[in-house]
Design a protein around this ligand. Structure first.
Ligand code: FES
Length: 177
């Protein structure tokens, strides 16, 4: 007796059912290959650089013009709010930036979620080494002249370089570790 709830032809092995079953098998096999490929791509993806820590610091020594900061032990963004200065260690180099956004001098912030500097006023963004990415600003973050002295980076706060006005000095304003 025929079961009215069974798919038509299920009991007697119709050709169309065999085709449907084969299509389903092929689909499942192709899907499995796609998932395996995606997992392999994710596993093979390069490991991104470690996230930069951020903290507030003060100069360890100073003169009328200079401020000395301890070189961070690892990649980091340190902010001296008293002097409106950012000390950033990034990929073997140390930079000392003005905290002021180059657009209209708003204090920049470090966005640890995306590992960028961000201006809260008009949302200009910059890489950890101060390169302009996007927004209303028209240049990268301003850099102070720096030198390496022992375990410190010494910034000359009288020598602030702008990328558009002093491109060569701006490019050279970092120390290499
Ligand atoms: S003040 Fe920073 S983008 Fe305008």
């Amino acid at each position: 007796m025929h079961d009215d709830h069974a798919p038509r032809g299920a009991a007697d092995g119709c050709d169309s059912c065999a085709v449907a079953a084969e299509s389903r098998r092929r689909f499942l096999r192709d899907a499995a290959v796609m998932v395996a490929g995606t997992l392999a791509a994710l596993t093979a993806a390069p490991v991104s650089a470690a996230a930069l820590d951020t903290r507030f610091v003060r100069a360890v020594a100073s003169t009328d013009e200079t401020k000395s900061y301890a070189i961070p032990a690892t990649d980091a963004v340190n902010i001296d709010r008293d002097e409106s200065v950012i000390v950033a260690r990034y990929q073997g180099k140390v930079y000392v930036f003005s905290l002021a956004c180059p657009h209209q001098n708003t204090a920049l912030q470090w966005d640890s979620d995306v590992q960028e500097f961000r201006c809260p006023k008009h949302h200009s963004t910059y890489t950890p080494d101060g390169i302009f990415i996007d927004g209303r600003a028209t240049r990268s973050m301003d850099r102070f002249a720096v030198k390496h002295t022992g375990a410190n980076v010494v910034a000359d706060l009288d020598q602030l370089y702008r990328e558009d006005e002093d491109p060569d000095l701006w490019k050279a304003a970092f120390i290499t570790l």
